[in-house]
Unconditional design. Structure first.
Length: 65
């Protein structure tokens, strides 16, 4: 399963993990870097001033049956 780890940079603590979101969209045409970033920014809410300091890493999660 494809997922995305979202991080932000804090001047004091360095890079911090915000969260991990699995990719659930079935249509790969809907998946873009902008759509992934918008999804991650929603994690932070409207009041965060860290929105410009976030990035993601695509990962693969092995699903156990």
């Amino acid at each position: 399963m494809i997922a995305y780890e979202f991080y932000w940079h804090d001047d004091l603590k360095g890079y911090e993990l915000i969260g991990i979101l699995p990719e659930r969209r079935k249509n790969p045409e809907r998946i873009s870097q902008d759509s992934i970033m918008n999804w991650g920014k929603k994690l932070l809410g409207d009041t965060s001033n860290k929105k410009n300091d976030i990035f993601f890493i695509q990962i693969t999660i092995d699903k156990e049956d």
